[in-house]
Design a protein around this ligand. Structure first.
Ligand code: SF4
Ligand code: SF4
Length: 386
């Protein structure tokens, strides 16, 4: 009996907090490691404001609930470890579910809103040995998709077909972005709906001259590119999860460019045509076609899911910070030498994750300080524009 009393006292002495990976957008609570989403009822929004700032024994969390469903939610958050002991160091926590592989590093275009237009990358192709190793290492995780993307045109990769076959053999799915100039019939015929989670076309205009201006490609490639997109949309519409055309370049006519593209391609199938907030890519580009962001006066921030659940691998097999780090200025480790787990839970990466999630003040020279995706608050009304 005395032992039971002793144990329950120990339990009640434990102080809890909300996980540093939790944050609220509108009526949803997200957790960056588990990728769980919790839908809030209208009366629970203020509850979350209180929760995010609360530390105390479990009972303190239950005591702010006014309805039975609130109690249930708190219990679920405890069970899912979204509420967890305050002395637990979360900076080493990481679970990859999205993987960006730079299968090749060059692009045939130089879009004015892309850092390739300001500092063009030289040709470089990932070896199959490095690619094999990455596939082998990511296989044990529950990977939602693999992208062959980092400011490149993935169809310039001479091993594109072989790599897609490897994904097939390993039950992994591809999500790729393309400018569609090389999306020839042979590639369209080769790809199967089952290979793909989604495809994003980068198409800034349906007017040949304007397209050529934005992408810095010769006008004569325009017609063929549009025809290839039409064939692709015709084949894959409603057969893959996501099929989108992104309209980049922050100009006054961005809406009308979007409308004209939508009107043209809606004849070929269901495709989402979306205006993009072309941004400075964490300080990698600055011109009139992009919006700039800078957070120099804040010291603590509220996270970015890239360092919690994404993996970005360079053509040389090195892990780097994220999709916004054009220059791969923050290298985290070499997959040819170490495992994903060893790299992503090293002391250096723990420190970095701690800075991004506000455990430590953020150093001044991190690209995150110029990135649209860094959370400045933990509870926001709407999604950060991307
Ligand atoms: S936006 Fe895409 S297509 Fe355009 S230059 Fe960059 S990588 Fe190439
Ligand atoms: S905040 Fe931006 S630069 Fe930093 S990890 Fe996230 S996406 Fe990358």
């Amino acid at each position: 009996m005395s032992q039971i009393n002793y144990q329950s006292k120990q339990q009640s002495d434990i102080i809890y907090k909300m996980s540093m990976f939790s944050h609220v957008i509108g009526n949803q609570l997200f957790h960056d490691i588990s990728s769980e989403e919790y839908i809030l009822q209208p009366h629970q929004n203020s509850l979350f404001d209180q929760l995010l700032n609360l530390t105390g024994p479990k009972n303190d969390f239950f005591s702010i609930c006014s309805k039975p469903e609130d109690l249930k939610l708190i219990q679920k958050l405890i069970d899912d470890r979204v509420i967890l002991p305050v002395d637990e160091d979360e900076t080493g926590y990481y679970y990859p579910f999205l993987v960006d592989i730079e299968t090749n590093r060059h692009c045939n275009a130089q879009c004015v809103y892309c850092p390739q237009s300001e500092s063009r990358k030289k040709k470089g192709v990932m070896s199959q040995v490095i690619f094999d190793n990455i596939i082998h290492q990511i296989k044990p995780y529950d990977i939602e998709w693999v992208a062959f993307t980092h400011y490149n045109e993935p169809l310039l990769d001479p091993f594109f077909t072989e790599r897609v076959i490897q994904l097939r053999e390993n039950n992994l799915k591809l999500y790729f972005t393309t400018n569609a100039t090389l999306l020839i019939q042979k590639v369209i015929d080769f790809l199967k709906p089952n290979d793909l989670v989604g495809v994003i076309f980068n198409l800034p205009s349906i007017e040949p001259e304007e397209w050529s201006h934005f992408m810095q490609l010769p006008t004569h490639l325009f017609e063929q590119t549009i025809r290839q997109m039409e064939m692709f949309i015709d084949k894959f519409s409603d057969k893959i999860e996501l099929l989108s055309i992104f309209i980049n370049g922050t100009t006054e006519n961005q809406d009308s460019r979007r409308d004209n593209i939508d009107k043209h391609f809606s004849k070929f199938g269901n495709v989402e045509v979306v205006n993009q907030n072309s941004h400075n890519r964490a300080g990698s580009i600055s011109n009139k076609y992009t919006n700039s962001y800078s957070h120099i006066n804040q010291s603590h921030f509220y996270g970015c899911e890239r360092i919690a659940g994404h993996l970005h691998v360079s053509w040389e097999g090195k892990c780097f910070l994220c999709c916004q780090d054009y220059y791969q200025s923050i290298t985290l480790g070499d997959l040819q030498k170490n495992s994903i787990k060893d790299i992503m839970s090293s002391n250096e990466v723990k420190k970095l994750r701690g800075e991004i999630y506000g455990v430590y003040p953020m150093r001044q020279n991190l690209p995150c300080r110029q990135c649209v995706q860094l959370r400045k608050k933990r509870n926001v009304v709407s999604q950060i524009p991307y």
